[in-house]
Design a protein around this ligand. Sequence first.
Ligand SMILES: Nc1ncnc2c1ncn2[C@@H]1O[C@H](COP(=O)(O)OP(=O)(O)O)[C@@H](O)[C@H]1O
Ligand SMILES: [Mg+2]
Length: 296
Amino acid sequence: MSQFGEQIAIREGARLSQELLTHYPESGGELAAMWAPPGTGKTSLLVTIAGRVAYFDNAKKRLMKETVVWKGREEDNWHLIQGKKICVHVFFGDDISFLDTSGNPIEVETLRYNTGYEIAQNLKRGWVNIVYEPRHYSMDEELLEEIMESQFLDTRPKRIPGAFFIYEVIYFIKKNKNPDEFVTVIIDEADHILRLNAKNPQRHFQDWFRDSIVRDLRKTKMSFLIAFHDSRTVDWTIIEKIMMRIYLKAALIPKDSELRMRRSSVKPGHYMIEKYGRFGIAKYDKIDTNNMVIAR
Ligand SMILES: Nc1ncnc2c1ncn2[C@@H]1O[C@H](COP(=O)(O)OP(=O)(O)O)[C@@H](O)[C@H]1O
Ligand SMILES: [Mg+2]
């Protein structure tokens, strides 16, 4: 890239990153998808973003820390999030400990829930809320009925993968949150809830999620950020609704993207970002993701 082109890319990258990180009542939430092969820095970037997302409060006339919902994984890095308080939501019947890699417990405030609805009620405002799905999940009846109706399903699915609990949490937050409140949902390694050619009932859940949830999340002041390894394995009908894209090193970039020609310029610690034909490049800090929290 020419020096001039690079300056423009850095400036536009900073602007787009601002749109990802800072939400305004007029523009609503932001939907973003990030993909790149393992080990390229996705989780690090998500950790950085979780600590920084903010919204502008029109009444107070200032930026406020935005509430984050983070889907917890067995091996995760949420304890490295800086700048916000962190709590975990754990199902009443489950006994989960959070340990560092040497087996020492990690101190974290734990909230118990019975239902996805309760998580929505108990969200800590301005905090990062880590959500661990129940070990044995059965979907909320009200939600299941809504999905069955909208998807013309006659028979009740026998078993619903626990990973879909996050859909339930998003559904209840969207439905019950205060209309002025902003919430960002972050899902790392989202491949398994956006599977390409998913079989039923998963197919129906994904279709419902796309048509009933993703479509108007932004308007309800919710943001949604997902990361996955390989865009060839995910449900593209959902990704298509997500206009902001973030690519790290060695990401497969769609043919129609302006960034495809520039992919060799993404170095470790940088990302390319685009939205509706605008595109740029930006930097972020290194995080030691070998420093893990283990949930078991
Ligand atoms: N901004 C950065 N600059 C340099 N190295 C980074 C940066 N972010 C992450 N890394 C390193 O890259 C490796 C993989 O990061 P990670 O976030 O776990 O990747 P992924 O989630 O894509 O597998 C880690 O060793 C991490 O320290
Ligand atoms: Mg990762």
